[in-house]
Design a protein around this ligand. Sequence first.
Ligand SMILES: NC(=O)c1ccc[n+]([C@@H]2O[C@H](COP(=O)([O-])OP(=O)(O)OC[C@H]3O[C@@H](n4cnc5c(N)ncnc54)[C@H](OP(=O)(O)O)[C@@H]3O)[C@@H](O)[C@H]2O)c1
Length: 214
Amino acid sequence: MSLFGTHDEDTLQVWKGDTRNQEDLDPSMFEGVTHVICCTGTTAFPSRRWDGENTPQRVDWEGVRNLVATLPPTLERFVLVSSVGVTKSTELPWSIMNLFGVLKYKKKGEDFLCYSGVPFTIIRAGRLTDGPYTSYDLNTLLKATAGKRRAVLIGQGDKLVGEVSRLVVAEACIQAMDLECTKGQIYEINSVEGEGPGSDPEKWRELFRAAYMQ
Ligand SMILES: NC(=O)c1ccc[n+]([C@@H]2O[C@H](COP(=O)([O-])OP(=O)(O)OC[C@H]3O[C@@H](n4cnc5c(N)ncnc54)[C@H](OP(=O)(O)O)[C@@H]3O)[C@@H](O)[C@H]2O)c1
């Protein structure tokens, strides 16, 4: 919650809930809500983040299922942050990342969403760089940044493998929410060297459209 800093409670309300517990997802919280971005996750390998059974199975599968099942009829778009490699979890090197099931369970969450009838967009991120350094991985240890990699590569079919800035993933989710062409689509996203789209909606539209054409 500290991520939001001090804020005006008329324009930003913060609700706290554990997606593993259906009772934490009080439907009144979603009244009139039109857009949802889900970026919950836990560590791929056992860590303190797993305390109390906060495992990939519970968060990436059951948590996503609970959240999708609670969405109101007013919902226009649900954007889910997933991961590259979810369709290849039994192949090397993905099988290593998937030793404790994170890719398998992220895919189960994706599949539930795809068949739920909820208007969705899935953004599969590569390895995350940039802050906030909240995860327990090498990126956090090294405080890795995207540096000159401000350009964005968007693909489909789970073929991309690289890394992506958290800022870019956040921007992609926001931009995708309002684009009709991203409805019902699944994308992978990477940051690469060069000038990027920033927050220009036209440039994002073109990136998403180009991914579809490939
Ligand atoms: N890290 C990577 O390289 C990588 C690569 C590909 C995809 N992804 C995906 O990208 C997204 C963001 O990753 P990240 O590394 O930035 O993760 P992160 O910093 O660990 O953030 C995960 C968020 O999920 C929340 N969360 C965990 N369990 C929850 C639960 N049971 N109920 C409600 N919220 C819960 C955490 O809340 P608290 O802070 O309160 O614990 C935290 O805000 C995740 O979906 C992740 O799987 C990450």
